[in-house]
Design a protein around this ligand. Structure first.
Ligand code: UDP
Ligand code: MN
Length: 274
């Protein structure tokens, strides 16, 4: 009898760009030797050919609907409105990023066939086996660190540990859509509010790419479990920070192609790089 996985890595893909990201992520997870399932939540916006590489990697493709949210909620969180109400001043979101899509992450709580899920953004790669995260309690996430020490107070929703439950999902929907509510950083602000006593994971479980140049002393290839390309994506053609992030972009492409990947621990840290 083949064993049924109780644990799953879950990501979200609502368009072809994030399918590319998820392919690199799935390749990276496979390389860690995990036995957990890899689940791709995808919306109708992605065609079968785009998802084929993920299927070939043995991922479980689960089609999901957008959440049943009010028109007013959707309008408030539409890209144009969100960018003017809560501008991004530290980095730039690519044109293919739709903030409203982020809320589909909450569909993870409906995957009740799994005991625990580790959600990972499609713009991240695992550099080590992170199966130990399945033993962490709900809700665990790493801090949103990419500029300075005060960032350790905030949470980043690119990596988190959760326990699927229809009841939790229902409660979330009730809290999510209320008259005039505005979640300025979408699912991240919502999850931080819904789980005010979130458990902090070490920062190396969600190392944000900007740390490479903003806080180089914190960078340590040997310690990083998950590398997360927040803001600009490594596959973007017009990437304003490409020159500064080149070693990280090159590494992502190795995972995306699925070929040779250099020994991570032997990569040069920023203070050693020429
Ligand atoms: N996402 C998606 N389509 C979108 C926006 C987001 O599939 O239009 C998913 C994808 O998994 C992505 C995650 O939601 O990695 C969060 O968005 P993103 O990583 O771009 O945000 P950032 O990390 O830059 O804050
Ligand atoms: Mn991300």
């Amino acid at each position: 009898m083949t064993s049924v996985p109780q644990f799953a890595y879950v990501t979200l893909v609502t368009n072809a760009d994030y399918a590319m990201g998820a392919t690199a992520l799935a390749n990276s997870l496979r390389r860690t030797g995990t036995d957990a399932a890899i689940v791709i939540l995808h919306t109708g916006g992605v065609d079968a050919a785009t998802l084929a590489p993920l299927d070939a990697l043995g991922c479980r493709l689960v089609e999901v609907e957008h959440l049943p949210l009010s028109d007013a909620f959707n309008e408030r969180h539409a890209r144009g409105n969100l960018h003017s109400e809560a501008p991004f001043t530290k980095g730039r979101k690519p044109a293919f990023h739709s903030p409203l899509d982020n809320f589909c992450k909450l569909r993870l709580w409906q995957l009740v066939e799994y005991e625990r899920c580790v959600f990972i953004d499609a713009d991240a790669i695992a550099l080590k086996n992170v199966d130990k995260l399945f033993a962490y309690p709900e809700f665990s996430a790493a801090p949103n660190v990419y500029e300075s020490l005060v960032d350790f107070r905030r949470m980043n929703s690119g990596v988190f540990v959760a326990r699927p439950s229809q009841e939790t999902f229902r409660k979330m929907l009730a809290v999510l859509d209320q008259p005039d509510i505005f979640w300025r950083r979408t699912d991240q602000t919502f999850l931080e509010t819904f789980f005010p006593d979130w458990h902090g994971l070490p920062v190396y479980f969600n190392m944000l790419q900007y740390v490479w140049f903003t806080m180089p002393a914190l960078w340590d290839w040997e310690s990083i479990s998950i590398l997360h390309y927040q803001y600009e994506k490594p596959w973007e053609k017009d990437h304003p920070k490409a020159a500064r992030l080149q070693p990280l972009i090159d590494l992502w492409h190795c995972f995306h192609i699925g070929g040779h990947v250099p020994e991570i621990a032997s990569l040069a840290n920023p203070d050693e790089a020429a």
